[in-house]
Design a protein around this ligand. Structure first.
Ligand SMILES: Cc1ncc(COP(=O)(O)O)c(C=O)c1O
Length: 467
């Protein structure tokens, strides 16, 4: 670790506020961390037989190219030229040094953030929506069904569908559907259809509504609805905005660019912070750095930040579980709160998922990352401070990363140490103003989950003995 003196020297060596790469520096490949892990991740299992899943089992849901990426152990997977062409519209995204935030905190820490809110949909989600739409188009798919929590993923796939001429149907978690009418309007502007979930359009949705007509919805339920549609219609495939290996893979453009940008800054992160819903933006920024560490490079502390009201990594069990509520998806080994768990309706809708990416769970099990949970008020407080210093208004999900980074910077102040902290500012909050209005009106509370419901959901975990 650099001494305070070295760090201060470095600080004065480069006074830039933003580090921008030319389009020619856009990564040519996605980075697959599986190639560098010293213990391979456990296999996904068939939901009925509990045997390791074969590529054929996924064919009803995904095109072959994405299935191949899902199970690949190659370190680098080439980004197709048409995908890079579209990425060029907003990539490489900027990396900023948060100098005014540092001043406001009066911290010796050097805070950097990678800003993914510059994409058309306003977050990191198009990094995977575009390749997913591309591979579906190549396979002749006419229609894709998906879920969305915050609306960021649904809008991103709507955008990508518009570019490739693919029809998109989005099941949007009901509580977010009500909180964010303009996200729905954005999806419709790009030509997608958006339905509140649980809905009457699927058997999974109807079953939930029959037992609780005012159900607020959850990502697990919305996934069941989208998977059901894809499995039943020959013209429709399914797309997921997080969790799966190929989604995390696509997001690694973020971290690869950040490595080059930190070089421009003549610095290297001591700490990387990302928020975790399904794990994709976190993996996107962290895995390329973790890969360097695993191949003998500098070690870095990596912190995943989640809502304490949906504490998957900090309170969940590491076990095989379904990715959805109706148990239509394969079983994956992950940190899970149980597939029937419904978190309270806090505003970071993208973080209200019962599970975690198997790869993120795996690296946590290997001791390569840490996890921390925060209540929503502390996160909004951090987001408002970022807006008032750096000018960018973060998405409520991204506020969790901001909170985590600020707390690390305050720790630097307490200890009198300068560390480089890099966080992923994974999206802007321009469609989340109701949440900010509620925050300023004092209407937001730190909702807690129901311990009894969590215990019940965990008791319902499938028993898997064959692996
Ligand atoms: C802005 C934003 N950040 C984070 C997330 C969480 O997803 P992930 O953990 O896959 O990045 C979402 C999900 O919708 C989101 O919209």
């Amino acid at each position: 670790m650099a001494s305070l003196n070295q760090s201060l020297q470095r600080t004065t060596m480069n006074e830039n506020v933003k580090y921008v790469l030319d389009e020619s520096r856009l990564p040519k490949c996605w980075y697959n961390i599986v190639a560098d892990l010293f213990v391979p991740p456990p296999p996904a299992l068939h939901p009925v037989t509990h045997q390791p899943l074969g590529p054929d089992d996924l064919k009803p849901l995904f095109p072959d190219a994405l299935i191949a990426q899902e199970v690949s152990a190659e370190r680098e997977i080439e980004i197709p030229a048409p995908v890079r062409d579209i990425y060029r519209q907003w990539r490489p995204s900027p990396l900023y040094r948060a100098r005014r935030l540092e001043q406001a905190l009066d911290t010796p820490a050097r805070i950097y953030y990678k800003y993914e809110g510059v994409s058309p949909a306003g977050s990191h989600k198009p990094n995977t929506a575009v390749p997913q739409a591309f591979y579906n188009k190549e396979a002749g798919v006419a229609r894709i069904a998906t879920e969305t929590g915050a609306g960021q993923w649904g809008s991103s796939l709507a955008f990508a569908g518009a570019l490739f001429g693919i029809e998109v149907q989005v099941f949007m978690v009901r509580v977010s559907f009500q909180q964010k009418p303009y996200r729905r309007a954005l999806m419709e502007t790009w030509g997608a259809a958006c339905t509140a979930s649980p809905s009457n359009q699927t058997a999974a949705g109807r079953a939930i509504l029959a037992s609780r007509p005012d159900h607020p919805g959850s990502l697990g339920i919305a996934i069941s609805e989208a998977v059901e549609v894809a499995a039943q219609r020959d013209d429709t495939k399914y797309a997921l905005g997080s969790v799966l290996n190929h989604v995390l893979l696509h997001q690694t453009v973020v971290g690869q660019e950040a490595i080059a940008q930190m070089e421009l800054a003549d610095d290297y992160p001591d700490i990387i912070v990302g928020c975790t819903g399904g794990g994709s933006n976190f993996a996107g920024i962290a895995f390329p750095f973790l890969g360097e560490q695993l191949r003998g490079g500098r070690s870095v502390r990596i912190v995943a930040v989640e809502p304490s009201a949906c504490p998957t990594l900090t309170r969940g069990r590491y076990a095989y579980d379904y990715g959805d509520t109706a148990h239509l998806t394969p079983l994956t080994k992950m940190h899970t709160l149980g597939s029937s768990f419904t978190p309270p309706g806090f505003h970071a809708g993208g973080l209200r998922y019962h599970g975690m990416a198997p790869l993120v769970s795996h690296v946590q099990q290997l001791g390569l990352i840490e996890a921390r949970g925060y209540p929503q008020l502390a996160c909004f407080e951090a987001g408002v401070l970022l807006a008032r210093t750096e000018g960018i208004l973060p998405a409520p999900e991204a506020n969790h990363a901001v909170r985590g980074a600020i707390d690390e910077a305050l720790r630097c102040k307490q200890e009198g140490v300068s560390r480089a902290i890099l966080f992923n500012l994974c999206g802007h909050g321009h469609f989340d103003m109701q949440a900010y209005m509620d925050y300023f009106a004092g209407k937001l509370t730190d909702q807690s989950y129901d311990e009894g419901e969590l215990a019940m959901a965990l008791a319902g975990l499938p028993s898997v003995t064959s692996v």
